[in-house]
Design a protein around this ligand. Structure first.
Ligand code: COA
Length: 269
């Protein structure tokens, strides 16, 4: 997604989806999904490769193949676990954290950025819709009219039951659970259970997670004495929530505000 229309889409502005490069981008992703879904009985390494083909954003080589299948799986344990079939629109607007699990029949409409944080589990038949259309049919005008989207963010350590639908613009806070069949139309705060259509908070989750783990990793661009350093920082989840900062945001901050982690791989977590 590189054209002006693509840029508008990512900004959440009205854009035309049936311009040649966006049609081509969706077709690229469709064929990549087809290859993933038809892969059959293949190794985890092959599925990781085929997912990276859908995702289209990371062409760094995988770690060298190990002949022992279990050892090879261990080597790749941080890559997402995705059960075919999956269907994604563009692929390039999806960011999956370490060890994310997506069960079968996942649908992701990634008109805008869709992020799923580390260790999040997604049940079968779930759909994430970051795309939407004008309600006025005169403006919507079928495929000739403009459309738009809003980012969707699922933070780390969440669980979505089966048949959950996430509507454009929602954010599921760290550690939260969404019950089977729920349609999420509003944000769900960290460490809560939400159920129903529309999803409503059922209760708070008492967690035994160590307080130091009640953080969300965000990209930061830190201004220090020697210039700007790009890194990943662990930020208190409740603070992020209160400040309405999404995990995919790139924060430009002064060094004293954040505890920097050693991991500077740049991979989304
Ligand atoms: C949400 C869930 C985790 C249960 O949470 P819980 O805190 O144990 O909730 P309870 O079973 O005590 O139910 C509390 C209330 O919420 C309701 N409720 C529970 N799950 C619900 C759901 N998915 N949708 C709507 N209402 C639901 C119950 O009917 C009950 O209502 P009541 O008090 O009027 O009787 C569970 O119901 C669920 O949806 N699990 C998903 C399972 C799944 O999808 N598995 C697929 C593999 S990932």
């Amino acid at each position: 997604m590189t054209s002006t229309e693509a840029e508008k889409a990512l900004q959440g502005e009205l854009f035309h989806a049936f311009v040649p490069d966006l049609v081509a981008a969706r077709r690229r992703c469709k064929y990549a999904c087809d290859r993933f879904n038809k892969a059959g009985e293949v190794s985890r390494r092959r599925l990781v490769e085929l997912w990276r083909d859908i995702n289209g954003i990371d062409d760094a080589p995988l770690a060298d193949h190990l002949s022992d299948p279990q050892e090879d799986d261990e080597l790749l344990k941080d890559y997402p676990w995705i059960e075919p079939p999956i269907r994604v629109d563009y692929g390039t607007n999806v960011r999956l954290g370490k060890g994310v699990f997506l069960n079968y029949n996942m649908v992701i409409v990634d008109t805008c950025l869709v992020t799923i944080g580390a260790r999040t589990l997604v049940g079968p038949n779930c759909s994430i819709y970051s795309g939407t259309h004008p309600l006025d049919p005169a403006l919507r005008n079928g495929t000739a009219g403009p459309e738009l989207g809003k980012e969707v963010h699922i933070e780390e350590d969440c669980w979505l039951g089966g048949n959950v639908v996430l509507c454009p613009g929602v954010r599921v806070g760290k550690g939260s659970t969404v019950g089977a069949g729920s349609v999420v139309t509003n944000d769900i705060p960290p460490f809560h259970v939400a159920v129903g259509n529309p999803a409503r908070i059922l209760r708070r989750i008492e967690t035994s997670l160590d307080p130091s783990q009640r953080t969300t990793d965000v990209f930061v661009s830190v201004e220090g004495g020697k210039g700007v350093v790009e890194a990943i920082a662990a930020v208190d989840s409740q603070l992020l929530w209160r400040k309405k900062i999404v995990p995919a945001a790139i924060l430009r901050v002064s060094r004293k505000h954040f505890r920097l982690r050693a991991d500077k791989s740049g991979s989304p977590t």
